[in-house]
Write a protein that binds this ligand. Structure first.
Ligand SMILES: NC(=O)C1=CN([C@@H]2O[C@H](COP(=O)(O)OP(=O)(O)OC[C@H]3O[C@@H](n4cnc5c(N)ncnc54)[C@H](O)[C@@H]3O)[C@@H](O)[C@H]2O)C=CC1
Ligand SMILES: CC(C)CC(=O)C(=O)O
Ligand SMILES: [Mg+2]
Length: 340
């Protein structure tokens, strides 16, 4: 496997180092190319993602990304120009974000909720598509638009993927999360697509929640969810909430998938570059490590993927949540456990 590594900024660099340590422990000899992209490169050269680098990255089998974004760079330059450009150019239409509460992991929710669902977030469209603009900027009459783009093709392929995932899980239950009472154009397309594609998956039960209500149920009754399918923006927001209820943002992994395998898929923690804790060894690298597990599973290295996940589960079960250890200590423990 040829792996492109983009550590990025802030804690992205710190957690990626630990994730690679665990990868080396379970699958030595992966051919890696590290790409210096992010705030440092932008300051030094003005470059965000040169076309030649994008093409080089495209030639790999998979990508491991830390996180991008830095307070010294105008907001959006790296997030849009680097992260979203990678997702869009490489057609990462399925953004897969599991939420699983591992045994003995603390949740802010009352009782012992069963949290084990996966969010299938559309990854290339919605309000993130970059369709919009500004009129009369800086005046009292400024108008700013971000138009949500939802194509029949884009919605159908992610809905179909979500149904497939639901069918492969024991509960076989799919929830569409949207806001079709207000966003009637896009919401209607999503709703009709779920109904139509659902006819091909008669064994999958289907539910619908408005996104605002979904934030209630995620906190009061997360066990109702099995597979959630939703658009790019709603998926971004509810997966931070999902992370928070399932042990914290430091544990939440994700995969940006081109399920056709035409382009390399990209694996990254759900979190960002966390400038508030960067450089202090406080970042939990577990999300990045679980992203490696997802990467390995996607690459067909199922035994190695399972070893990484088991190492994480065992470590979480024995961790002192108040003193989990530094970024490097957690990485060292996980690498040792995964190597066994
Ligand atoms: N995929 C990516 O590259 C993403 C990049 N960003 C960018 O990251 C920067 C910071 O964004 P924020 O909104 O602050 O989100 P964030 O996810 O970086 O941080 C939110 C909160 O979670 C904490 N946190 C995050 N990861 C953690 C970890 N592994 N261990 C322990 N605590 C952790 C942070 O300390 C902070 O309090 C911005 O530039 C943003 O645009 C944000 C989200 C995703
Ligand atoms: C920084 C954004 C572009 C992405 C984000 O927050 C996410 O994908 O979770
Ligand atoms: Mg996010």
């Amino acid at each position: 496997m040829r792996l492109a590594v983009v550590p990025g900024d802030g804690i992205g660099v710190e957690v990626t180092e630990q994730a690679l340590r665990v990868l080396d422990a379970v699958l030595p000899g992966v051919e890696r190319t590290q790409y210096d992209l992010g705030a440092g490169r932008w300051h030094n050269t003005g470059e965000v993602l040169p076309d030649s680098v994008l093409e080089e990255i495209r030639g790999h089998d998979a990508i491991l990304l830390g996180a991008v974004g830095d307070p010294s760079v105008p907001s959006g330059v790296l997030e849009r120009g680097l992260l979203l450009r990678l997702r869009f150019e490489l057609d990462h239409h399925v953004n897969l974000r599991p939420a699983k509460l591992y045994p003995n992991v603390a949740t802010p929710l009352a009782g012992e909720p069963a949290i084990d669902f996966v969010v299938v977030r559309e990854g290339t469209e919605g309000p993130y598509a970059g369709n919009g603009g500004v009129l009369r900027r800086g005046t009292a009459h400024e108008i700013a638009t971000e138009v949500s783009v939802n194509t029949a093709f884009g919605v159908e392929r992610v809905v179909r993927d979500a149904f497939g995932r639901a069918q492969a899980r024991p509960r076989k239950h799919l929830t569409l999360v949207h806001k079709n009472n207000v966003l009637t154009n896009a919401g209607d397309l999503w709703f009709r697509t779920v109904q139509r594609v659902g006819e091909e998956f008669p064994d999958v039960t289907v539910a619908y929640n408005h996104v605002d209500a979904a934030t209630i149920y995620l906190v009061t009754d997360p066990a109702r969810y099995d597979v959630i399918v939703t658009d790019n923006l709603f998926g971004d927001i509810i997966t931070d909430l999902a992370a928070a209820i399932a042990g914290g943002i430091g544990l939440a992994a994700s995969g940006n998938l081109d399920v056709s395998h035409t382009n390399p898929s990209m694996f990254e923690p759900v979190h960002g570059s966390a400038p508030d804790i960067a450089g202090q060894g406080k970042a939990d690298p577990t999300a990045a490590v679980l992203s490696v597990s997802m990467l390995l599973a996607h690459a067909g290295e199922t035994a190695a993927a399972a070893r990484v996940e088991s190492a994480v589960a065992a470590d979480l079960a024995s961790r002192d949540p108040k003193r989990p250890g530094s970024t490097g200590e957690i990485g060292e423990r996980l690498a040792a456990a995964a190597a066994d």
